[in-house]
Design a binder for this molecule. Structure first.
Ligand SMILES: [Zn+2]
Length: 363
């Protein structure tokens, strides 16, 4: 399982898929699911759905396939591109980044975000973070006409240059570990569901536009009206020197569940998971002798915040893999956590039956 997760993760990390432009990722996932004998369909938003029939409460298990990045905002007369940010792009990690102007497979154009020559940097500029509006992308062309001839227009998507670096001890660094690692785990779950003989109805969804407005999965949830929603994404690892105050989640320490999330900047939302879901994952992890880490923090949200509010309300929980350096061009995860998360999900899904109580009066 670990080798397969590694291969799928590395393959998916190398496909650009900016929010709203997920088509290449979706097509690859559909191809991989078809190879497992799993039929898929997509909705008008671009969400990809694979449904596995069963009995008992229905489960929507979902993970986003989009990534953050940029949109071309202006093409300068001298051929430089100005970009608008799409998603939570960390501006202090942008200068000198390699980027990819996404025109289509085989037609993408490489670029670099300029960083003022160090020899010309004044002391007061040295420790200053430049807002993205001051940054520019250099693709090697020297006039607006050349840029137009290359097919680049206002509105063209731009991502970090896809990149994968294998670190020691099964750790992988690179672009869009958030959330291609979730997609790789979901493929493992699909492989299991394709061969199972019993269990609840499961709707596996690879969702769109999570990094943009957190609501891409919503139309799919409105259509499916699931009883249960399990969302897969990163959980912030807190075992680097700059994060220790924030919690107790370590990379390689096993899968994690979120007991509380909240975001008050621009939107008031978050998820307090359903107690039946917390107890399902707690007991499953204990019985499998798998470590299960716990996370509770503000500042991050997933699309589950909106999915939980569909219909009569959905029993919801955010499950995830620890990840470092979120939203930078080099995020880091540990393959062993992805293995643990896959095993935990497969076992937990198998325990959801007609008797699984979601009634709050029973808690
Ligand atoms: Zn994510």
């Amino acid at each position: 399982m670990k080798a397969r997760l590694r291969d799928n993760l590395i393959e998916l990390m190398q496909i650009p898929g900016l929010s709203g432009h997920e088509d290449r990722v979706r097509q690859r996932l559909a191809t991989k699911l078809a190879a497992l004998g799993v039929k898929t369909r997509s909705d008008r938003m671009g969400n990809l759905l694979a449904s596995f029939p069963g009995a008992g409460p229905s489960v929507m298990l979902f993970t986003h396939m989009d990534q953050l990045g940029f949109i071309v905002r202006k093409i300068e007369a001298d051929g430089f591109l100005r970009v608008e940010r799409l998603g939570g792009v960390p501006e202090r990690a942008l200068p000198s980044q390699a980027v990819l102007v996404c025109l289509g497979e085989g037609r993408d154009v490489a670029g670099v975000i300029g960083n003022k020559s160090h020899h010309a940097t004044t002391p007061d500029e040295k420790y200053k973070v430049l807002p993205y509006s001051d940054l520019y992308v250099d693709i090697g062309l020297t006039s607006a006409a050349e840029v137009a001839n290359a097919g680049i227009k206002i509105g063209t998507p731009v991502t970090y240059q896809p990149n994968v670096i294998a670190l020691a001890q099964d750790r992988i660094a690179g672009t869009s570990v958030d959330d291609r690692a979730g997609c790789a785990v979901a493929l493992e779950v699909a492989r299991h569901l394709a061969g199972r003989s019993a269990g609840p109805p499961v709707h596996l969804v690879f969702s769109v536009q999570e990094e943009y407005n957190l609501r891409g999965a919503l139309p799919m949830a409105q259509q499916l009206l699931p009883d249960i929603a399990i969302q897969l994404d990163l959980i912030l690892a807190t075992d680097t020197p700059d994060m220790t105050e924030r919690g107790d989640v370590s990379l390689g320490g096993g899968p994690a569940m979120s007991l509380f999330s909240f975001h008050g900047r621009g939107t008031l939302n978050g998820v307090i998971p359903h107690p039946a879901m917390v107890s399902l994952f707690d007991t499953t992890a204990r019985d499998l002798a798998l470590p299960l880490q716990r996370s509770a923090h503000i500042g991050a949200l997933t699309d589950l915040s909106y999915v939980q509010l569909v219909g009569e309300g959905v029993a919801a929980i955010d499950m995830g893999f620890p990840m470092r350096y979120s939203h930078a061009s080099l995020e880091v995860c540990d393959l062993n956590d992805l293995v643990g998360l896959s095993q935990l999900l497969i076992a937990a899904l198998g325990r959801i039956d007609a008797q699984f109580a979601l009634n709050r009066d029973a808690v």
